[in-house]
Design a protein around this ligand. Sequence first.
Ligand code: DTR
Ligand code: CA
Ligand code: ZN
Ligand code: ZN
Length: 440
Amino acid sequence: MDLSRTPGRTAAAVALALTGLVAATAPAASATTTATPSAALAAPDIPLANVKAHLTQLQSIATSNGGNRAHGRPGYKASVDYLKAKLDAAGFTTSVTTFTSGGATGYNLIADWPGGDPNQILMAGAHLDSVASGPGINDNGSGSAAVLETALAVSRAQLKPAKHLRFGWWGAEELGLVGSKAYVNSLPATERSKFSGYLNFDMVGSPNPGYFVYDDDPAIEKTFKDYYAGLGVPTEIETEGDGRSDHASFKNVGIPVGGLFTGASRTKTSAQAQKWGGTAGQAFDRCYHSSCDTTANINDTALDRNSDAIAHAVWTLGTGSTTPPGDVHENTADVAVPDNGAAVTSSVTVSGRTGNAPAALQVGVDIKHTWRGDLVVDLVAPDGTAYRLKNSSSSDSADNVITTYTVNASSEPANGTWKLRVQDIATQDTGYIDSWKLTF
Ligand code: DTR
Ligand code: CA
Ligand code: ZN
Ligand code: ZN
């Protein structure tokens, strides 16, 4: 970052700078906000009492089975059986798949809601296992029960979504995402490419709650942030858990992911207590991985808000318009951008299309970088033609470039290897390409 700059321009001016600085040296692009799906149906309220009734059942199961619902223990399979019975009665097509971890059999529960485009799967999931030291009501009965009740709400509504809805409850997450990894590994690449997204919910009722949104896929992140903005509840990017829950299993194979989190063993700051209430200087969940993670270890407001947010996301992402498969090409591999250094690129290879690219090619960009004014960003077509997406700006001190550009690429054959090229042209700020995608 060049200290001689004069940061502090208004967001509007910076936004103008971002779009107004598109250079004349290359075919222009115009920045737009990420398109949201066409009109989606409104989600119903998820009754908190129903979610808490599931937690009471999970507590009872733990109490009757040695005090936990851990992998390899009877309390875990009893938890699976409880949820499966509810889902079968509600008309879901369920399956229980097995895997082995630590010499013990593990179980994943998968529930498909009949109908929707089988080539556009939207999945919501949560790990159902607890640690051995306690009943795991917040971690992760809360996520499991909220996802279950959302699925039951789909059934009550007899929803006919555009996409195919799938729900999953994972075993052995506490041993290292074992169940979700086994599930993803069992999917052939042709199946994985059908997933439009995986939504993960692990600890969504913490007693001293924060409101954290995963910052992985921009469209999913926006769906949750818009929901909370509608409640007037500020959110923060979830930073405690990259790779620490089941969404990582899906992200690692290129499936767009997102989710919500209310906090674990980290301590709530004064600033966070100011905006969210609760107790500063105390962990978000003092009973994390402990025997006191019981039904008393739940904040009802957080659980209610997050249950409703889950339903909002399933309805919004599941019933909106769908992009036909093969039209979206994404690369989620992180690429470091050297400080004040050479340009780096991230590629996607397009094949099987006919003719040229569209006049409104959508370029979704997710670059994590402090002082984004350092960055110059181009789309490079297979024949080497560069389309300037973003120019540098001596005053744009904001972080991150998360937006969708529209490029007139109608003179470019669609098939071939397209590149996103990013260069940091000033010192002292660093970052990386988190992901980017082309939508034809
Ligand atoms: N790994 C989860 C708890 C956890 C810790 N950080 C995050 C971030 C996002 C989701 C979950 C978590 C567990 O102990 O189950
Ligand atoms: Ca509710
Ligand atoms: Zn845990
Ligand atoms: Zn957990």
